[in-house]
Design a protein around this ligand. Structure first.
Ligand code: SF4
Length: 283
């Protein structure tokens, strides 16, 4: 039986980022109507972790909305990791905190983080169209740092930002060059506060992109569909598993609501798909 790796995201610092990524409602520049807070209380994060663990999640990702780690954020992520690990030892902790140096990544590893997520987002050539406050090369370097640190690398991107097909191929080639263990694929979720046009992809085009991702990154253990899953695929969401996807995010995303967890679990049962209880299960 094919088994699906379930991940959950905890937005532990929300909406405070000074960068100008045009797809991101967490940038302070676009004044999107979202929750904004510096640090979510650790007890609340532990409660979220316990809940998703009880539903079968294996990955739990601690996300901060900033360009990268500073000393204060690093301390906070480490404190959260320590508390979550103690409460839910079965969960595999992932950090997603933007630009990170090798030393910062090693500190996270000591605190119990096992993987780091840093998406390339789009191609190197298209990147200046969606962000002007930091470079694509900086993102790529953080991914290289992750590989050097011994943490597992998760890196992917977003489709539907206005990029060309060549941009998509270029991004996927760059991701493949980094040998990630998991490739999170997002589909742009439009918000009227953001300067981008709505996602132009239809369902068939999006499924074809998932197939292409699997084909171009054959060595990754997992292709994960993250943000935009419910919005884009709607009633055809079950088809993603026919196109190489073996991981999904359950629960809410960073600033948008996801599907009801029970609804997703019911979908997996109907499809006769199991839930991975170890990373090896979903290979
Ligand atoms: S750096 Fe990250 S949190 Fe900040 S605006 Fe860009 S995508 Fe959003």
């Amino acid at each position: 039986m094919k088994k699906i790796f379930l991940c959950s995201i905890a937005n532990i610092n929300s909406g405070t980022c000074n960068e100008d990524c045009k797809f991101c409602s967490q940038s302070v520049k676009y004044r999107a109507d979202i929750a904004r807070y510096i640090h979510k209380p650790i007890e609340a994060i532990v409660t979220e972790a316990r809940y998703v663990e009880s539903k079968g999640a294996l990955g739990f990702c601690l996300v901060t909305a900033q360009k990268g780690l500073d000393e204060r954020t690093l301390d906070f992520v480490c404190d959260v990791a320590t508390a979550v690990k103690k409460a839910t030892p079965r969960l595999r902790l992932i950090a997603c905190n933007g630009t990170a140096s090798l030393q910062q990544l090693l500190t996270l590893k000591e605190a119990g983080i096992v993987a780091y997520n840093h998406n390339l987002e789009t191609s190197e050539a298209f990147y200046p169209n969606i962000c002007t406050t930091h470079s694509w090369q900086e993102r790529y370097q953080t991914c290289l740092n992750v590989n050097t640190s011994g943490l597992k690398l998760l890196t992917g991107g977003i489709f539907g930002l206005g990029e060309s097909h060549e941009d998509r191929l270029s991004m996927l080639r760059a991701i493949a060059s980094l040998n990630p263990i998991s490739v999170p694929i997002n589909f742009y979720h439009h918000n009227d506060a953001l300067p981008l046009a709505p996602n132009p992809l239809d369902i068939d085009e999006a499924l074809a992109l998932l197939k292409l991702t699997r084909e171009m990154i054959p060595r990754a253990d997992r292709i994960m569909v993250a943000g935009g899953r419910e919005l884009l695929f709607q009633e055809r969401v079950k088809e993603i598993f026919d196109y190489g996807v073996n991981s999904i995010v359950i629960g809410n995303y960073l600033t948008t609501s996801g599907c009801d967890v029970e609804h997703d679990l019911q979908m997996l049962r109907e499809l006769h798909l199991g839930i991975a209880t170890s990373p090896e299960d979903a290979k």
